[in-house]
Design a protein around this ligand. Structure first.
Ligand code: NAP
Ligand code: GDD
Length: 374
């Protein structure tokens, strides 16, 4: 049995990766930072909380890094923890540099000292391409980050390559384009849209306030992307890989896909800060722009070329953006329904998406945790 350690195991990707590795027979350990109340919602939703061994872990504390690496014999180390919200990185630039940049070298150097044979995965990002120098973006595209988050991740990316080249460590960097799921944090634009639309469909009246509607992203499904991470660490040679769908859409288009899945029909009017969307059927305003969500510097266009991952890892995405938007908005709609009408939880079979858990797993989780948080 192989042992894996995942930093950020309570996050979107950490939870899906933990589930994947458990299904493959791994002994899975995960790092959780201290908070006043343990937060394991995503692991609960996947029904795996008790199957993962959780350890106190703080990215910005070198002693915490040393302790877990010294104490846990591990074959694979996945560094997924980060201050991952780009928007917050202008408010927290120093913390973001520490957590997303400096922590990576601390981990690598501690692995070099205690466990040089452990295989290492670094969660790099398409945000590093920023003001893109090439379309589509691949492993060889020049980096031009546009946020303190992007800059910190560039350091993490290059130091991973450097430790591979300097010390022969099996250290790989996955340059992942945006990937989403029903477990996505609610600050990110896709989940903000799907949760807001689900509330509106349940009778809510508050329009969703968004920023730049013209930004384009290459969105895939997180479940596919964690499979790619695992495949990177199974290669004889460590390397860097882009994971992406190769398709790009505006925020407005994603909004339309999610609304359509709820049976809404949108009419768009205005431009820039005056843009709004109205659902023709209900007459409700469902979206308005609020410039407070504009970023100091924007990444206008991301579209990835994942041909290296196709060729060398045999990896391909399986969920297209329309299906992804429908999956997420359906989940949010159903979760809200579950909160509102207890009888639905007695017959969840028709209500819940099949992407995350079987109905039995969900039913058992639901009874254990009381309610799933949306
Ligand atoms: P996420 O949902 O925000 O999860 C981040 C995880 O990191 C959470 O478990 C969080 O713990 C933990 N964390 C944050 N600060 C920490 C600290 N100081 N010490 C210890 N743990 C800390 O992010 P995600 O979407 O799963 O992304 C996973 C990784 O991939 C991140 O590094 C992200 O930057 C990168 N990435 C993501 C995408 C994407 O589209 N999702 C694309 C490219 C790269 P709490 O639960 O306590 O907050
Ligand atoms: N969050 C957010 N909220 N974004 C908005 C909003 C809003 O109200 N309105 C418009 N946007 C635009 C942002 O300006 C950005 O261009 C785009 O929507 C996507 O924003 P996010 O969903 O916050 O994701 P991101 O692309 O900035 O970052 C995500 O993907 C990166 C990979 O490219 C995160 O998961 C990062 O951790 C990841 O590295």
């Amino acid at each position: 049995m192989k042992t894996a350690f995942i930093t950020g195991v309570t996050g979107q990707d950490g939870a899906y990766l933990a589930k994947l590795l458990l299904d493959k027979g791994y002994d899975v350990h995960g790092g959780v930072r201290r908070s006043s109340q343990p937060e394991t919602t995503r692991l609960d939703l996947l029904g795996i909380t008790n199957a993962v061994t959780l350890h106190d872990f703080e990215l910005t504390e070198p002693n915490s890094i040393s302790r877990v690496i010294r104490d846990i014999p591990m074959d694979e180390f996945y560094n997924l923890a980060a201050q991952s919200f780009v928007g917050a990185s202008w408010e927290l630039p120093v913390y973001t540099a520490d957590a997303d940049g400096m922590a990576v070298v601390k981990i690598l150097d501690t692995l070099r000292t205690f466990r040089p044979e452990t295989r290492f995965y670094q969660a790099s990002t398409s945000e590093m391409f920023g003001l893109v120098q090439e379309v589509p973006q691949s492993e060889t595209t020049r980096l031009y980050p546009r946020s303190p988050y992007g800059v910190a991740k560039v350091y993490g990316h290059y130091i991973t390559m450097n430790y591979r080249e300097s010390f022969g460590m099996h250290a790989s960097s996955g340059i992942l384009f945006n990937h989403e799921s029903p477990l996505r944090g609610t600050d990110f634009v896709t989940r903000k849209i799907t949760l807001g639309l689900a509330k509106l469909a349940h009778g809510g009246a508050t329009p969703i306030e968004l920023g730049n509607m013209d930004a384009k992203r290459d969105w895939g499904y997180a479940g596919d992307y964690v499979e790619g991470m695992w495949r990177m660490l199974q290669q004889d040679q460590a390397d860097d890989y882009v994971l992406a769908t190769g398709e790009t859409f505006t925020i407005r288009q994603f909004f339309d896909f999610a609304a359509e899945a709820l049976g809404m029909q949108l009419e768009w009017a205005g431009t820039g800060p005056d843009e709004i969307a109205v659902d023709v059927k209900s007459g409700k305003r469902v979206m308005q722009v609020n410039p407070k969500f504009y970023r100091p510097a924007e990444v206008d266009l991301l579209i990835g070329d994942a041909s290296k991952a196709h060729r060398k890892l045999g990896w391909r995405p399986t969920v297209a953006v329309k299906e992804l938007a429908a999956m997420m908005v359906q989940f949010d709609y159903d979760m809200l329904a579950l909160h509102r009408s207890p009888q639905i939880s007695k017959s969840p079979d028709d209500q819940l998406p099949h992407y995350i858990w079987t109905q039995d797993e969900f039913a058992s989780q639901h009874s254990q945790t009381g309610s799933a948080r949306c």
